[in-house]
Design a binder for this molecule. Structure first.
Ligand SMILES: NC(=O)c1ccc[n+]([C@@H]2O[C@H](COP(=O)([O-])OP(=O)(O)OC[C@H]3O[C@@H](n4cnc5c(N)ncnc54)[C@H](OP(=O)(O)O)[C@@H]3O)[C@@H](O)[C@H]2O)c1
Length: 239
């Protein structure tokens, strides 16, 4: 008997994020999705991806490279790919865009819809505040185990603040304790400040966002294309 549950492989399965995705798949999402494979560098097998319709990647850039290598060489229909790994290079993005010609790919530096909403707010507010002579800067704070700085989310928010020159936004990276992920944007004029930000207090936020986005991607009519969390956010919450 075939199941209509989404069959999912988690890549980066033993990590903080992979563990969180797996726990949710086995509990809250058990009626809608099932964990078919759990893969990382010391357990599971990339060939298990041939059995699934979706792979959720929360690994490290080398892991994403290995995953994309496998997908590029696969002779089977490819699973949809939801990639949350941060610190990716231009080469990674170019390979993800190429893969998106044959399957559905969603990469995001932040799977929370709160950050997608913040991004949309900044895209709207930033030109207005700039014309009123406010300067924007950002402070991002994460746990001490995080390898990349500035965070991928900070880079995404900088893109929303200044689409033509995200590198112009001054970003301060703070690493302390077990902070899940905090981003604060401060607009400063000669006489006042406006602050707006997002504070993730539990990483299930990202895990839940990834599974929700996977379920959404699976019901699209398209079989290929590249998506972001902002496109998902707009389709789900604004239509
Ligand atoms: N997009 C989002 O919403 C979001 C949210 C939070 C975190 N992140 C990002 O998600 C990624 C994972 O975060 P984390 O905190 O879970 O990290 P982590 O705890 O260090 O876990 C990393 C996982 O990736 C696996 N891995 C590393 N290199 C690999 C390789 N070459 N091949 C296969 N597996 C490999 C590790 O397995 P081994 O131990 O076997 O190497 C481990 O299971 C990071 O890039 C982080 O910045 C994204």
């Amino acid at each position: 008997m075939t199941s209509d549950k989404l069959s999912i492989a988690v890549f980066g399965a033993s990590g903080r994020m992979g563990t969180s995705v797996i726990e949710l798949l086995k509990s809250e999402y058990a009626g809608r999705a099932r964990l078919e494979a759990a893969i990382d560098s010391h357990s599971g097998n990339l060939d298990d991806l041939a059995k699934v319709t979706t792979v959720i990647d929360f690994s490290l850039p080398d892991g994403t490279s290995a995953l994309v290598d496998w997908m590029e060489q696969s002779k089977n229909p490819l699973p949809n790919l939801l990639c949350g790994t941060t610190g990716l290079t231009d080469e990674h993005y170019s390979r993800l865009r190429k893969l998106a010609k044959t399957t559905l790919v969603l990469h995001t530096n932040n799977f929370s819809t709160g950050v997608a909403a913040l991004s949309a707010i900044l895209r709207y507010a930033s030109p207005m505040l700039k014309s009123l002579a406010y300067d924007a800067r950002m402070i991002e704070t994460h746990h001490i185990h995080k390898l990349d700085a500035p965070s991928g989310t900070a880079k995404t928010l900088a893109q929303a603040l200044d689409p033509l020159g995200p590198d112009r936004i001054d970003i301060e990276s703070v690493r302390e304790g077990e902070v899940v992920g905090k981003h604060e944007v401060v607009f400063t004029s000669a006489a006042d400040q406006i602050s707006i930000g997002h504070n993730a207090t539990d990483r299930t936020l990202f895990a839940r966002g990834a599974i929700d986005a996977a379920l959404w991607l699976d019901q699209l009519d398209e079989s290929s294309g590249i998506y972001t969390m902002e496109t998902y956010f707009q389709a789900r919450f604004r239509s």
